[in-house]
Design a protein around this ligand. Structure first.
Ligand code: FMN
Ligand code: SF4
Length: 355
């Protein structure tokens, strides 16, 4: 079977030892720095080429410990950055959003509450860009190897990309070329902050699960424009989220159930299209569980790297296991108990008993 998954790859100037990326997960572990450093150390020692950490609200020395643990374990770490604004951010605060959207046009949920909002002014858009720059500055001070801008899963930047929420008539709205302007400005401002060498990745939602939402064709154009603007790699994921089916989580990036081998990689077709449109590494994430599928996707040129999240929550040593020859499928059953745990304030961990 192909060994492409274990070949090194470069994102910008950053050398990675293999093609595996831990897709971002908020860890909820700041209260237990020792356990947190141990989790990231296990991931690095377990072979993950690039770990993307979800957003953190930390003091420098605390997250610096995580970064050190990853480096000592031979890994690399990126921190996800996002602006705190947008529709659905806080049901109690009048938040600046791309546009004013009536409640019935998007499926709101406890994950994405409908609340008071107004169309962001020029100044508020500048503040949104500045918030990303501040986050990048902090990330660099932690010693991370890269940053990843979050424009997927209903996030504030994604709201500017999707025509369902962005109905602006100014230079930030209208055709897709305008709807990615804020992402391009974020890139330029973050690049000016972190300097020429640190890779800036983006996690990009390229399609919404709603009839009037973002369509793949435009998502692919956005990916091309963002790669041309300078982003060093694009991780492909979902745009807005639809939580109406909690059993399957079908309209979300965290689909449930033991995913059949034939159904692995639920964003595979999207990533394939993005990969064809860009000349930077394309990262495929979402329900990938088997080595044979990973090898096939990479050897077939459908993606340059594979992102996994829940499999690495359960088995931080999965890459090493596969590299050493035990190629059995990841044991994560995609039940989302780890995600539910996060909503209850529990630390990131697998809450399914060992089999
Ligand atoms: C507990 C948990 C926390 C997550 N936090 C984030 C996050 O902070 N940012 C993000 O972009 N995606 C987040 N995700 C989504 C994952 O990065 C990934 O896109 C998704 O789980 C699909 O990959 P998988 O099937 O390999 O788990 C999270 C997922 C889980 C299960
Ligand atoms: S709780 Fe464990 S088995 Fe369930 S999705 Fe999370 S990591 Fe996988």
């Amino acid at each position: 079977m192909s060994t492409v998954p274990f070949l090194p790859i470069k994102i910008g100037n950053l050398e990675l030892k293999n093609r595996f990326l831990m897709s971002a997960a908020v860890d909820g572990m700041a209260a237990d720095p020792h356990a947190r450093a141990q989790r990231y150390s296990d991931l690095a020692r377990g072979g993950v080429g690039l770990i993307v950490a979800g957003r953190v609200l930390d003091k420098k020395e605390e997250f610096g410990r995580v970064v050190d643990a990853v480096h000592e374990g031979g890994g690399r770490i990126a921190l996800q950055i996002l602006s705190h604004m947008g529709l659905g951010f806080n049901p109690k605060v009048d938040s600046p959003a791309a546009s004013v959207v009536p409640g019935e046009s998007v499926i709101f949920s406890s994950y994405f509450p409908y609340g008071p909002h107004h169309e962001a002014t020029e100044g508020e858009i500048e503040e949104m860009i500045a918030a990303c720059v501040n986050a990048a500055r902090l990330a660099k001070s932690f010693g991370v190897d890269a940053v990843q801008v979050h424009s997927a899963h209903s996030s504030a930047l994604l709201q500017f990309l999707t025509p369902l929420i962005n109905q602006r008539k100014d230079k930030w709205g209208g055709p897709v070329e305008n709807r990615v302007r804020v992402h391009q400005e974020v890139y330029r401002a973050v690049r000016a902050e972190v300097g020429p060498d640190m890779p800036i990745l983006i996690k990009l939602g390229v399609e919404d699960p709603f009839p009037n939402g973002l369509k793949l064709a435009e998502g692919v154009v956005a990916a091309r424009l963002l790669a041309e603007c300078g982003y060093d790699a694009i991780e492909v994921s979902q745009g807005l989220q639809d939580f109406r089916d909690p059993k399957t989580m079908a309209g979300t990036p965290i689909r449930t159930g033991a995913i059949k081998v034939s159904e692995e990689g639920y964003f595979r077709a999207w990533c394939r299209d993005v990969k064809k449109a860009i000349d930077k590494p394309a990262i495929m994430t979402g329900g990938i569980r088997s080595y044979e599928i990973v090898a096939k996707i990479l050897a077939g040129g459908e993606a340059d790297m594979i992102g996994m999240c829940r499999p690495f929550v359960r088995e931080p040593g999965l890459v090493k296991r596969w590299e050493e020859g035990d190629r059995k499928k990841a044991t994560c059953i995609s039940c989302n108990k780890c995600g539910m745990g996060m909503t209850k304030g529990l630390p990131l961990a697998c809450y399914v008993k060992e089999k």
